[in-house]
Design a protein around this ligand. Structure first.
Ligand code: ADP
Ligand code: GN1
Ligand code: MG
Length: 361
């Protein structure tokens, strides 16, 4: 029995393993597809990045609460095909929501069959994605019990991310600062504008709500017609500002190039995707957002692209300790591509604001 087979065997899985293959493009966890001999079921096995998610009990308890709550609502609404519309945790044989093998933490879920992740979406799919992330927030707005804990403290706190960045700049532990002085200046020039959410929050003008906090386009499963099936990657669902969830989708699906594109000319902001996603999101979310939150939606795209630039560049300066990289200068290339996207968002900003104003009228 291979090591991975043994891990699978510690979960409530029926039947023998046929094959285990890597799945997806995530930067944090290691994900595998597990096919079972009977061909009836398939699973997703994940090695949790324990250096990043340090409280695995909190992490898995959060996901259980979230998925149980969404499942109950889907049942109440008499939805069909519920196992493809929300994640289902497969418990370990000892009843726990994860398995610890002495070194690593593992978890299992049902694989959502006939589902796809997309890197490039049509405006129609972006519209559906906007509705789906709005609906995700709406469904979780009455989650009973204690507020969800922060699985990564200060995850989308811009002031905190800038503090980490400045520490990396000051320490320059692997002597890369000389190469990125221009990018450091560009970040500092925009720093106070980018901390506006923290300021509004401290003045009581901006609420926190349960957000997904990682609305990358590949954290959503689509069916083959391009309709949204299920929101996945629930590790970072926690209280935050709604600008996060509008912004990260724009940053990924709204980029005409790739997140780490080596050809910067391919990177620009796609206004068609912006309009479609914003319209879909607002169709659902207008009911619960405040005017201040609605006014900040275009800012979300700018903020999350800027925050990602700061996070990638911090990791580059620190010697690539956080994100998985596929070649030595990967985090630098990611930073350059995010900066190019940020410039394009800034060019389109006025039009983005007008679009939201017009929708609201
Ligand atoms: P990471 O945190 O590393 O991004 P994800 O939870 O997003 O990990 O999973 C990585 C990829 O695995 C996803 O982008 C998706 O392609 C695939 N995936 C994850 N969960 C499922 C699932 N339940 N059914 C089908 N595919 C899944
Ligand atoms: C990570 O896990 P994944 O690949 O969906 C990261 C996000 C970043 C993203 C950048 C826990 O997301 O915050 O925005 O990479 N997740 C964590 O692509 O840090
Ligand atoms: Mg993911």
């Amino acid at each position: 029995m291979s090591e991975l087979d043994q891990i699978v065997d510690s979960f409530e899985v029926e039947g023998g393993v046929r094959q285990i293959v890597p799945l997806g493009e995530g930067h944090i966890n290691s994900t595998f597809k597990v096919d079972i001999e009977n061909g009836m079921s398939a699973y997703v096995l994940q090695k949790i990045n324990h250096a990043i998610f340090q409280d695995v009990d909190l992490l898995q308890d959060n996901i259980k609460r979230i998925t149980d709550h969404i499942r109950a609502k889907l049942i109440e609404n008499k939805e069909a095909d519920i196992d493809r519309k929300t994640l289902t945790i497969v418990p370990a044989r000892d009843g726990k929501l994860y398995h610890f093998d002495g070194e690593n933490y593992w978890r299992m879920m049902l694989l959502i069959t006939d589902s796809y992740t997309l890197d490039v979406v049509s405006p129609e799919s972006a519209y559906c994605a906007g509705q789906a992330f709005g609906e995700f927030q709406r469904l979780l707005s009455d989650l009973p019990g204690e507020p969800l804990g922060e699985t990564i403290p200060d995850f989308h706190n811009m002031e905190f991310r800038l503090k980490q960045f400045r520490e990396a700049v000051a320490a320059d532990p692997v002597h890369r600062l000389g190469q990125v002085a221009d990018l450091v200046d560009e970040i500092e020039r925009r720093a106070s504008e980018m901390c506006i959410c923290q300021v509004l929050f401290s003045e009581g003008k901006l609420p926190k709500r349960i957000n997904h906090c990682d609305t990358k386009v590949n954290n959503m499963l689509f069916d083959k017609e391009g309709n949204v099936l299920c929101v996945i990657d629930l590790d970072t669902v926690m209280p935050g500002f709604v600008v996060s969830d509008i912004g990260d989708f724009m940053r990924t699906a709204g980029n005409t190039g790739k997140e780490d594109d080596e050809e910067l000319d391919r990177v620009s902001f796609n206004m068609e995707i912006y309009r479609a996603y914003t319209a879909g999101y607002l169709e659902v979310a207008t009911k619960f957002l405040t005017p201040v939150e609605i006014g900040l939606l275009p800012f979300g795209a700018k903020l999350m692209t800027y925050m990602q630039l700061v996070r990638f560049l911090t990791d580059y300066l620190n010697g690539d300790v956080y994100y998985k990289i596929h070649y030595p200068e990967h985090n630098l290339q990611r930073s350059k591509a995010q900066f190019k996207l940020l410039l394009s968002i800034e060019d389109n900003y006025r039009e983005m604001q007008l679009f939201v104003n017009d929708l609201e009228r």
